[in-house]
Ligand binder design. Structure first.
Ligand code: TRP
Length: 325
């Protein structure tokens, strides 16, 4: 069986280290063993209010950031959803298969309609249908997602089963690939790192801002004086060292913190160096990409054209099976 990965990326602005550690790093490991489709989902993004002026920038930023973080657009098909109109065409067809009751149960829909009371539109409601179309147009077998998207993938599986049953078996049942992403907490050490909480470190952070942010991060709150021993197991700064500091150094920090051998300020300085060692090359790559945007556009448009061919092929099969000619 061939293995195909599809994942959708919301063009939601700055990527932070939580996204990077939780999602992008996992995707990079898939590039060699799967055929990978990574799609900037602009048609999903318009289901909530957005600023038309900024929209193109958001989409292209998402492209550039993902490439800078290591999603090679020549090893995978990184493309823009609206470049392949078959996504919406198939979504309409799937709308006539999708049970209303299933859609009403979706927690993301319930959450979003609470958040955007003034704009509960039909697109928000059928969002998982478009997501299903995204996945099955390329007959994806695996969908790398976070915990919050599992319900949508289960929904996609139900739609696939019901399509295959009624019209003939043409789609594999997609499985979620849960990225065993550790929960990355924000600088407050309490809530999950997220843009909306404002507790994040963006991958584009300058060294100065990075420094300020890490210096303001909450540590073991019981450790008040420099001479108090700390408890690394409840310290968020220490938990970030896990991702940015080589294990020997980290073990040393752990021991020293417990015996008050290292203070929070020095511990944070080491973390800043570790994070910067990850961010600096990403930012350099970004600068290089920005210098040759024409070439970048050409690659992304070409990926779109390749995706469109696959999508047209699938649509041909779908219509054939459904008696639409
Ligand atoms: N709904 C996903 C999210 O909010 C984005 C998405 C759109 C997606 N289409 C997809 C994810 C297809 C996986 C597969 O993050």
């Amino acid at each position: 069986m061939n293995k195909t990965v599809f994942s959708g990326i919301q063009p939601s602005g700055e990527i932070h280290i939580g996204n990077y550690l939780g999602a992008i790093q996992n995707w990079i490991t898939l590039l060699d063993s799967y055929e990978c489709f990574f799609c900037i989902v602009d048609y999903h993004a318009i289901t909530v209010k957005y600023d038309v002026k900024d929209f193109q920038d958001r989409v292209w930023n998402a492209i550039i950031d993902n490439i800078a973080c290591g999603i090679d657009p020549e090893k995978s098909r990184l493309f823009i959803q609206s470049h392949v109109p078959e996504h919406t065409e198939l979504a309409w067809i799937l709308n006539s298969i999708a049970p209303m009751g299933d859609l009403e149960r979706m927690t993301q829909y319930k959450d979003k309609s609470k958040q955007h009371k003034e704009n509960i539109n039909a697109g928000l409601f059928t969002y998982p249908v478009l997501q299903t179309a995204d996945i099955i147009l390329y007959k994806a077998t695996h969908v790398p997602v976070g915990e919050d998207q599992v319900q949508h993938i289960e929904f996609a599986r139900r739609i696939v089963k019901s399509f295959n049953h009624r019209f003939g078996k043409i789609f594999p049942e997609p499985k979620e690939l849960l990225s065993h992403a550790p929960r990355i907490l924000g600088l407050d050490g309490k809530a999950k790192m997220s843009k909306s909480m404002g507790n994040y470190i963006a991958i584009g952070e300058t060294r100065e801002v990075l420094q300020k942010k890490v210096m303001s991060a909450v540590t073991d709150e019981k450790r008040i004086r420099r001479n108090d021993p700390g408890d690394p197991s409840i310290c968020n700064v220490f938990s970030l060292h896990q991702f940015f500091t080589p294990s020997e150094k980290r073990d040393e920090i752990e021991t020293e913190c417990k015996r008050a051998g290292i203070g929070c300020v020095d511990c944070k300085k080491l973390l800043i160096n570790g994070i910067w060692a990850t961010l600096e090359p990403i930012q350099e790559k970004r600068t290089t990409l920005l210098k040759d945007q024409n070439r970048l556009r050409e690659i992304i448009y070409e990926n779109g054209r390749q995706c469109k061919q696959i999508a047209e092929n699938t649509m041909g099969q779908v219509k054939e099976q459904m008696g639409i000619r």
